[in-house]
Design a protein around this ligand. Structure first.
Ligand code: NAD
Length: 357
């Protein structure tokens, strides 16, 4: 493992995006969100994505410096087009609008389509929670069918993440996960020698369960970019028929209702992949139930946490807590990156002429 301090990693990544054509603000925003994903323990959505993001930028699949276009504005609801801008640029714009409108109306719905990869969806729930709002996000990845539906073998869903943020004082709850058994980035991490996959995370084309990344990527050398188009198998949806049903809803709400497109063969207009995100924001203050919400909610969380653990050394946790713990640990100890991931970043630095870290 190559262990690196968060600040150093962030400036290295910022320099790469700046050298590749992003303005300083955008380069800093992308670097901050990727490093934040590593800090929270989600290496699948961290700096390991840098070579692929640069590849997409150079291929024109993602466009720097974009501002969302307003397709529909109904006051408490809006449809926005991200125009294939960097997800780290256009998704925060959509979230800011959703927050502003929910603070005016008590609730808002924002449908964002054609966003470049938006990274860790929980970061957008956190932004809403910081503003005192509940957020619910249904997300899909247009043009990226990777996941077999329950009972099926062929790829039909994207990894379609889902996130809910709950603003309770001192104890915000952030639920955030891919509806595939593992996020695709975790298959990448495993393929680079990081944490191995559960043995049933993938399904081969002949219906056998597997934990081998080659089922998704086909054969690769350690220095190759991992491309799901190389493999013949699929990820499996989590939670059997229930998780598969939630993935379907993410496709219908994040992909169809936003107008961005589903995970299917049509792909995106731009030829790459794009996130669609349907977000619902609710203000407990404007709903008039904030006091009860906080009192009942906090009491309830205490009760949940009082459940006896199966293993006395592993207490029951609330969603969001593992990320907070990882963040504190990694801020203090540095971020461990598999050697192959770090080498790929070094090659990208050279390729874009960003200077040696
Ligand atoms: P995961 O399986 O690690 O689950 C994370 C969720 O489970 C978090 O809410 C976490 O707090 C909670 N959790 C974990 N351990 C817990 C415990 N012991 N007790 C209680 N709660 C616990 O996440 P994942 O499916 O691997 O997803 C990783 C990231 O990938 C997410 O941030 C997701 O948004 C992101 N993602 C993004 C895209 C995209 O297209 N942008 C696609 C897929 C996934």
């Amino acid at each position: 493992m190559h262990v690196i301090a968060a600040g150093e990693l962030e400036s290295t990544v910022r320099d790469i995006f700046a050298a590749a054509g992003c303005d300083d603000e955008e380069a800093a925003r992308i670097a901050k969100q990727l490093v934040e994903a590593n800090l929270t323990g989600h290496d699948s959505h961290g700096v390991g994505r840098v070579p692929l993001y640069i590849d997409w930028l150079q291929a024109g699949f993602v466009v720097p410096g974009q501002t969302v276009e307003v397709v529909t504005d109904g006051g408490s609801f809006a449809v926005l087009d991200g125009k294939f801008g960097f997800g780290q640029t256009v998704a925060p714009q959509a979230v800011a609008l959703g927050i502003e409108r929910a603070q005016q109306h008590g609730t808002s719905v924002v449908a964002l389509r054609n966003a470049g990869h938006i990274g860790r969806v929980g970061s957008y729930s956190e932004a809403a929670v910081d503003a005192g709002l509940i957020a619910i996000h249904f997300v899909n990845v247009a043009g990226s069918a990777l996941v077999a539906p329950f009972g099926g073998v062929d790829r039909r869903f994207s990894t379609a993440p889902f996130s809910v943020g709950i603003p309770l004082p001192e104890r915000p709850v952030i639920l955030d996960f891919a509806t595939s058994l593992v996020a695709e980035g975790k298959v990448q991490v495993a393929s680079f020698g990081g944490k191995p996959l559960p043995p049933d995370a993938l399904i081969s084309e002949d219906g056998r369960r597997s934990g081998d990344p080659r089922v998704l990527y086909g054969d690769y050398q350690s220095t190759d970019l991992r491309r799901p188009s190389g493999g013949t198998g699929a990820l499996r949806a989590f939670g059997e028929h229930k998780g598969s049903g939630l993935a379907l809803m993410c496709e219908l709400l994040g992909g169809a209702l936003t107008g961005g497109g589903g995970a299917g063969p049509g792909g995106t207009e731009g030829g790459g992949i794009a996130n669609g995100m349907l977000s619902v924001y609710l203000s407990p203050s404007l709903l008039g139930t904030r006091e009860e919400f906080e009192r009942i909610g906090l009491e309830y969380l205490d009760w949940v946490l009082s459940a006896r653990p199966v293993d006395p050394t592993t207490p029951v946790l609330l969603p969001g807590e593992p990320e907070r713990q990882a963040r504190a640990r990694r801020l203090a100890e540095g971020i461990p990156l598999p050697v192959d991931t770090w080498s790929a970043i070094l090659r990208t630095i050279e390729a874009v002429g960003a200077g040696t870290p």
